[in-house]
Design a protein around this ligand. Structure first.
Ligand SMILES: *Cc1c(COP(=O)(O)O)cnc(C)c1O
Length: 382
């Protein structure tokens, strides 16, 4: 029998709410684009299977993941809806994806040839989307490679090996709406569509926008928007709070306080004595650390909520634990500490943590884990 443990509580009602909100925002039910909910990296740390189910329940049209392994995880759990993956390694088992009705993405003629070979072996037509690199310089065919890729794709389609269902690309600077790269990428994307059309391709789905672009750049919505971070209720771009967008953060990270005790003026706290008490105070021990995904960069900069009050982290975050300044209070061991959550009770948000430690909200929820037990709830109280 154990007592209270560190927990990540994920509210699936918030996920459903956010999916519905995003559908409304882009006018999905009013002739607007379809919505893809992106659930890669274990649903941004929220649980891929639970989030996928909630998103489907809330009417998302598509699920998106990075890898074929993630896609097959969804299929093995019984998901049957439209599903796209986009990050393939050499020697990928495309046949398994084709058999499971997963749409895969080709970045190059070599990758397309692997997909065609797998489809021919399986005796089944593969549904394939093509990715063009319009300026992110990450995955996708370059402008120079694009004509050869669309020609090969059209040839494979003509003989019946594949159906080219989509053409897509990805922004580099969607979270900076004023950045000139956005216009340049959208222009390059339209040119790539023209080239594909001239080659005879008629894909049903053209898509370019992630959450930030879906929300901030209507011209980039095309036939579908791919929303990850906003689905989890987190700010898709600086200066656009979840509340303003009608989104609700789904994850709350809590831990019981392990102990509280007094420390005297001049006491050095945690490794390296990076912080020293400037007055007599009390400190609390929180039994999670960087081994559990609490960023070490939170040392002396992030805050938590203890018994209704914001308390600063003091000194270095350790592997298994960190120390907070309780300002003279001595709450009992077991008192709930909220690291981050929706902010309703005055607790910090994942966005606050990201800003404090110099990263993005994505990294906060995706990396937290370790000894936090994840629990899914459906609205109401934790
Ligand atoms: C992760 C990802 C997304 C989702 O991005 P958000 O900013 O979380 O909305 C969309 N498209 C691609 C290709 C991605 O890799």
């Amino acid at each position: 029998m154990t007592g209270p443990q560190p927990e990540l509580v994920v509210d699936l009602a918030a996920i459903r709410h956010n999916v519905g909100r995003l559908r409304d925002w882009v006018g999905a039910d009013a002739g607007g684009p379809q919505l893809m909910t992106v659930v890669k990296a274990d649903g941004y740390g929220h649980g891929i299977l639970e989030v996928a189910r909630a998103a489907r329940d809330a009417g998302t049209d598509w699920l998106g993941v990075a890898t074929l392994t993630e896609a097959l995880t969804l299929r093995h759990a019984g998901d049957t809806g439209p599903l796209l993956c986009w990050l393939h390694l050499p020697g990928e088992e495309f046949a398994a994806g084709i058999a499971a009705d997963v749409e895969v993405t080709a970045y190059s003629t070599g990758q397309l040839a692997e997909i065609v070979a797998a489809a021919d072996r399986a005796g089944r037509r593969a549904r394939v989307q093509l990715k063009v690199d319009t300026g992110l310089s990450r995955g996708g065919a370059t402008a120079a490679e694009w004509p050869a890729l669309v020609a090969a794709a059209r040839a494979a389609e003509t003989v019946g090996s594949v159906e080219i269902t989509g053409i897509w690309s990805h922004f580099a600077c969607a979270d900076e709406p004023g950045h000139p790269a956005n216009d340049a990428q959208e222009t390059a994307y339209r040119l790539a569509l023209d080239t594909a059309h001239a080659a005879g391709l008629r894909p049903r789905l053209r898509h370019l926008a992630n959450s930030a672009a879906a929300v901030l750049r209507p011209s980039a919505r095309f036939d579908l928007v791919r929303c990850g971070i906003a689905s989890y209720g987190l700010d898709p771009a600086p200066g656009h709070t979840p509340a303003e967008l009608g989104l609700r953060p789904a994850m709350t990270a809590t831990s019981p306080l392990a102990l509280a005790k007094p420390v005297a003026t001049g006491a050095g706290v945690s490794y390296g004595h990076a912080w020293t008490a400037t007055a007599d105070t009390t400190v609390g021990l929180v039994p999670v650390g960087y081994g559990d995904g609490v960023p070490r960069h939170a040392s002396s900069v992030a805050e938590v909520l203890v018994a209704g009050k914001r308390r600063p982290i003091r000194g270095r975050v350790c592997m298994d634990q960190f120390v907070v300044d309780l300002g003279g209070d001595l709450p009992p061991a077991g008192t709930e500490v909220v690291l981050f959550g929706p902010g309703d009770q005055g607790e910090p948000t994942a966005q606050d943590w990201a800003e404090a430690v110099g990263t993005i909200n994505y990294e906060i929820t995706t990396r937290i884990g370790g000894r936090f037990a994840r629990r899914h709830v459906d609205g109401g109280d934790r």
